[in-house]
Design a protein around this ligand. Structure first.
Ligand SMILES: [Zn+2]
Length: 139
């Protein structure tokens, strides 16, 4: 996410970087002036390795020191990615769905418990008062 913010200039703060927690490494970029978009996802078939990180993690969990092998694996994977064509490890597709709507500026309210301000839509009701999520979750 840091690299995407640096390269594109899109940020969470500006509201033009939208995170959807689907647990996937998939990135969709839109150009609002053309309405066109591109979706980039990992091509898992591209880089099969003899010794995968899950195997190393299993050995690490069993008490084995695998730090050198882990470092070696990361260096090999990085080198392979840098040598490869984009299509060898990425799926790049044009997107036909419209870009997401512009970020809405929402009113903020003050928490009845801690007095900190928060986005109105994140408010919770506790004891008949509007509070922030952390205060709602505290006893
Ligand atoms: Zn609060």
């Amino acid at each position: 996410m840091d690299a995407i913010q640096f390269i594109t200039g899109a940020t969470f703060g500006k509201g033009n970087l939208i995170f959807r927690d689907y647990g996937k490494h998939v990135y969709t970029f839109y150009n609002r002036s053309t309405g066109k978009g591109v979706r980039i996802s990992e091509n898992y078939g591209g880089f099969e390795k003899r010794c995968t990180v899950p195997e190393l993690k299993k050995r690490q969990d069993a008490g084995e020191d695998v730090s050198l092998e882990m470092e070696q694996f990361k260096m090999e994977k990085t080198a392979a990615i840098l040598r490869a064509d984009d299509k060898d490890f990425l799926n790049i597709e044009l997107v036909t769905t419209p870009p997401p709507s512009f970020a809405k500026i929402r009113a903020s309210v003050r928490c009845a418990r801690c007095s900190e301000r928060f986005m109105e839509s994140r408010g919770r009701v506790k004891g008949g008062k509007i509070v922030c999520i952390p205060c709602f979750e505290k006893n």
